[in-house]
Design a protein around this ligand. Structure first.
Ligand code: FAD
Length: 428
């Protein structure tokens, strides 16, 4: 007989939700987390779309440590000395259907882990699972240090760059173009100052994404998210592009913070946290098998993350996948069959949910981004020059836009422009 019905590896977003579902179904479940506490090592830019969390915890808004509800979306094209921004606010963003909140993982993850523990999950922290116990192809437990712990089913929720996924389902390690590196700082400022600078009410905030000079023209982008009394500021760049970049990513972040569009937001702020982490960017086509004999994969261990340029989503996918993994594992345990066939309902449930549907819909976007180099240099410069024509009034006679705009497009190449618009539209 196994030590536990289920073992969950990792307590980020997917793990505790899977454990919560298993415990609620009356199964014995152990969560093994390598951080000294859940969330100790975890990073996100900061915005959680809460529809998935609501599906697990309908009352989350009253108790979860949320920062600010996001009601202002900004997307900027950043040239070295200029910035062109689309600024979107909408009452729809205040509705339950479409709401999202900023979160700080060092606060949010312990809360989520607490929900699993309250439901009856056992936790060990500060211990990394080094390898999986296997009987032939079947996963039978985990090895951590000198300890071997067995279970009828193991859920891998150990996040991006999982060392266990290849052991579990024989998947190849992700390629450099399928993973990005992110660095982020949390910069403390008075609550009122943040509200004033980002033009928000005190319990509301903004998500601001930047493309172009934030990564010195490399594939990736920058972000600013408003927390209650701090800003999360960071840059993310694809590894395949970073290896040849002349500027290291930490310097990109420093330069981004000094950009004239960003620097005024940070005046008087104090850096209270600095972190770095990988993020899965390969999308649907980079996903490993999600089910094996005695094992399920949920969240970024299975590359479940979407970077669609205008938004980054990993946490809602991980929470939904964790919920389905926990539910399907509990059903398979009750049926007495945790083979790959007995666990196959997990893949079906994901196919029926937004998780695989969204990943599939946006499956060509990562490939588009990787090759759309003009998006990061030429188009921000083109936007800058276009707006200069409109707003830089210096006493020289005005020339009609119909004569000044075409040369800007010609600089990029009409064909290139048409191709990028077509490919981008197709990928989204
Ligand atoms: C810079 C950056 C910005 C991002 N911005 C956003 C955003 O704004 N919105 C969004 O939705 N998503 C964002 N993401 C992505 C999001 O953070 C992830 O998709 C999400 O955290 C994945 O959840 P998870 O549960 O799969 O993995 P994680 O949250 O990474 O949790 C994995 C857990 O497993 C533990 N672990 C790993 N290996 C072991 C082991 N061997 N043994 C025991 N424990 C182990 C880790 O310590 C960790 O606690 C961002 C990511 C980065 C890096």
């Amino acid at each position: 007989m196994a030590d536990f019905d289920a073992i969950v590896v990792g307590s980020g977003c997917a793990g505790p939700v899977a454990a919560y579902e298993l415990a609620r179904a009356g199964k014995s479940v152990l969560v093994v987390e390598r951080g000294t506490f859940a969330g100790a090592k975890n990073v996100s830019g900061g915005r959680l779309y809460t529809h998935a969390l609501r599906a697990v915890f309908p009352d989350f808004a009253a108790e979860a440590p949320l920062e600010r509800r996001v009601v202002r979306e900004r997307i900027s094209m950043l040239a070295p000395e200029a910035n062109v921004t689309v600024d979107y606010t909408d009452d729809l963003l205040r509705t339950e259907r479409a709401e999202s909140y900023t979160v700080l993982r060092a606060r949010f993850d312990p809360w989520l882990a607490g929900k699993a523990e309250e439901a009856g999950a056992e936790y060990v922290t500060g211990i990394a699972v080094e390898s999986l116990l296997k009987d032939g192809a079947r996963v039978t437990g985990v090895r951590a240090g000198d300890d071997e712990i067995t279970a009828d089913v193991v859920i891998l929720a150990d996040g991006v760059n999982s060392l266990l996924t290849p052991q579990a389902v024989g998947a190849a390690r992700p390629a450099l173009g399928q993973v990005a590196a992110g660095v982020k700082q949390v910069i403390e400022l008075p609550e009122r100052t943040i509200s004033d600078r980002l033009m928000c009410a005190d319990d509301e905030g903004a998500a601001w994404l930047f493309v172009g000079d934030a990564t010195h023209g490399h594939v990736g982008g920058g972000f600013v998210y408003t927390n209650r009394s701090s800003l999360s500021v960071g840059v993310v760049a694809t590894l395949s592009d970073l290896v040849t970049a002349e500027t290291p990513i930490y310097q990109m972040l420093e330069d981004f913070k000094r950009h004239p569009a960003v620097a005024p937001l940070l005046v008087g702020g104090e850096v209270v946290e600095h972190s770095g982490h990988l993020v899965a960017e390969g999308g649907f086509d980079a996903m490993p098998p999600l089910v094996g004999d005695g094992v399920l994969l949920a969240g970024e261990s299975a590359m479940m993350c979407i970077n669609a340029g205008y938004t980054v989503r990993g946490m809602d996918l991980a929470i939904a996948a964790g919920q389905l993994a926990g539910q399907q594992a509990a059903a398979a345990l009750s049926a007495g069959d945790t083979s790959a066939a007995g666990l196959a309902g997990y893949r079906t449930a994901l196919e029926e949910s937004f998780v695989l549907q969204d990943l599939r819909t946006l499956r060509t976007f990562p490939g588009f981004m990787e090759h759309a180099t003009r998006l990061f240099v030429d188009y921000p410069a083109m936007a800058r020059d276009m707006f200069r024509q409109l707003f830089a009034v210096d006493g020289t006679p005005v020339r009609p836009l119909r004569t000044t705009l075409p040369p800007l497009a010609k600089r990029v190449g009409y064909l290139n422009l048409a191709r990028d618009v077509w490919k981008g539209a197709k990928a989204l």
